[in-house]
Design a protein around this ligand. Sequence first.
Ligand code: HEC
Ligand code: HEC
Ligand code: HEC
Ligand code: HEC
Ligand code: HEC
Length: 655
Amino acid sequence: MKRANFFAFFLPLISVGAGVFLTAAEDPHQKFKGDDAAMMRWRMGELCTEEGVYFTGSGNCVNCHAPDPEGEALVDETGHTVSPVTDWQATMMANSARDPFWQAKVAHEGLVNPDHRESIENVCTACHAPQGFHEAHLTGAAGPNGYTMEDLADDALGLDGVGCAACHTIDDINLAGRSNGDLPINSENVAWGGFENPWDGLMSGQTGFIPVYGEHMRNSEVCASCHSLYVHTQDLGGEETGQVYFEQTTYLEWVNSAFNAENVQCQGCHMPLVEGGAIAATQPNWLFPQRFGKHHLVGGNAFMLKLMRDNAVTLELSASPAQFDSTIARTERSLQNETAHLNAWQLPSQDGEWLFEVEIENAAGHKFPSGYPSRMAFLEFVLVSSSSGDTLFHSGKWSPEEGVFGRDEGYEPHWNEISSEEQVQVYETVFGDVSGTPTQLLERASVLLKDNRVAPRGFYSNHLAYDTVRFGPMAELDVDFNHYRNADGSVGEEGSGTDRLVYRIADASGATSVQASVRLHYIAVPARWVSGMFEYSDQSEAIATFESMFNASDRTPVLMKSTTVLGWMGYDGGSEQWRVAPNPVADDQLIRLIPPVGETAMAVWLTDSNGRVLREVAVNEAMNGHGISDLAAGVYFARIQLFDGGWQAVRWVKL
Ligand code: HEC
Ligand code: HEC
Ligand code: HEC
Ligand code: HEC
Ligand code: HEC
């Protein structure tokens, strides 16, 4: 059946399915039994079933590794499916060869450098279409210019992306030292796996591939060769300069991190183990649970997953909208819960000025953001007057038309202190060509202009791998970047995985208390990164296609973390005491209750000097300003009930 017909026929069924079986929006393909599983498996019939010499299509794994109609194999302890086919099918890696951004970018690089187009394509396909690339090279089918986009266009094995066989046929030969998709592919059709003593009867008979335990499958090194990427720099005329530029170093960043030392491999976060294991195949029916790593394989790219979900028919993607939704939900959950911590607090300052410090701490196993150099995160900081509700300051405002407000032409510096709305903290890497001009052309990358992406915990500048993963010049000058802070406030040891910066805001509004809101956002594909490429859309269908999809998509950044802090004018830092300010207080002023760092009140009363209650004051109002013009001059107390049951009383004087 042709793709379009297949979909036309299938769509009504999907919507029924979505209503009846697939109700949980978070994990739409959670449980499969009976018809539900059968339908899922039928859909998977669209996956590649081509059989090569070294690789076989992912569709050939469906028979035994797709959801079990009996609901017994490939489920976790709660009955939710852990089928590697289901989980993998809607990931970026499964769709790496049909990814319209990738296809457009390959076209872009080739158009800029037409003499080298085919050799560039032969570089790009190594990781994005590994099965097609290696099959062609190993069998000698690749032409003198290697495996090109033209070869890929009608090669089902290549279009299968980073398929099951691409990872499972990687031999354990010097994996740590490899890069650029240089995979040692097994020549005897072994499919390495993560558990010991697999039963090989059915699988080798049906697929020609023998399941064998390979300890290396449990380690980061199996990911290294595709997650380390360098380019041979070309000058503006397209000639190689002899320089090597490290463009993606996710594996090496992990090597230089505490996670390496603590034995937390890539799989530990990206392929979490099923507790208690799972039965690894649906046939035969007498297997017992084994160690099982879930093929979630999500990173931060919710944006492209949504774009691909919305254009799945045009792009001929096999995964269902429900599968994409599930991968998107996992991605957003990972960005929001597993990627970074955000903290903010007020610092003492002089009158007429607000001072806040913000700290971001990376929780991922490599830099944040990592990977493809378009990725960026930025901080938004908004200061609002508690009394008038007016916005006094706003750095890092985002709009669909302008993107991140204040981001400089070229690139935004790394900031240690921000005092103007024109300044914004953007965590990103920026490279320049041989002339030092910022460029998005991968093949021209020559100078590191900026890299202030937050290091992983335990990242050191004296590490052997530092040269390939170094910070950019501005971050290297920021003395507390990636450094702990000592108790006395001085700069401590390296390796904190943090960045701290100060917002210093002059304020003539007379506001006595403010609320500072800080938000951390993530953008996988910034408009600015692709705008240069879109100038070539009249010369390439791939670029034009991606441009129209990009323009139709929702480009709102992913909100990862947010926090708010209150601030008081006259705050003088680390007091241990509850205080009232100003004290004494004039008739037309408001009094405010100032807690010691980290404490909050449960209830607040005003009493006279004898302790008689005059009134209860809402906590929020007590903190932000409460009028006392109705009280006579004299001595009063604020009586504070604490959450731990304790009491505090603060004496204050009305003039
Ligand atoms: C070493 C393997 C490797 C090679 C070679 C490679 N890439 Fe990639 N590419 C990756 C990985 C891994 C990612 C995803 C990283 C991430 O998500 O941050 C990626 C991501 C991308 C993306 C972003 C895709 C998206 O959906 O956001 C584009 C565009 C891209 N690559 C283009 C290219 C081009 C053009 C070439 C050839 C010049 C190339 N790649 C060569 C590994 C490779
Ligand atoms: C006819 C059924 C069948 C098909 C088709 C099949 N497998 Fe398997 N697979 C099995 C069985 C059975 C096991 C062993 C389960 C056990 O011992 O508990 C297995 C185990 C595995 C393992 C684990 C090995 C280990 O030691 O950890 C991997 C990896 C694997 N298969 C990959 C694949 C891939 C890739 C494909 C598609 C090319 C595929 N399988 C197709 C039946 C199948
Ligand atoms: C990005 C690489 C990658 C891709 C793509 C991939 N796998 Fe795996 N797979 C792994 C790794 C790594 C493990 C071992 C995880 C562990 O045990 O820690 C694994 C484990 C397995 C296992 C055994 C369970 C275990 O934890 O040992 C099976 C079965 C399996 N994969 C099947 C598949 C099938 C079928 C596909 C395609 C739908 C697929 N894999 C795609 C990397 C991959
Ligand atoms: C401690 C957990 C952890 C470990 C270990 C880890 N990662 Fe990640 N990874 C994450 C989180 C969380 C994200 C999402 C945030 C992000 O996009 O940077 C992520 C994102 C990614 C991305 C997408 C990056 C981007 O922003 O586009 C890639 C690619 C990736 N990881 C690959 C790897 C590889 C390869 C390894 C092993 C060398 C690894 N990860 C180890 C947690 C981890
Ligand atoms: C054969 C090459 C290859 C291997 C091996 C490989 N990857 Fe990837 N990986 C890619 C490519 C290519 C992409 C980018 C696809 C795209 O964006 O179009 C990618 C993207 C990713 C992403 C980003 C997903 C997102 O949504 O942002 C993560 C996470 C990731 N890989 C983790 C891993 C882990 C963990 C391993 C090892 C178990 C691994 N990869 C092994 C090629 C590979």
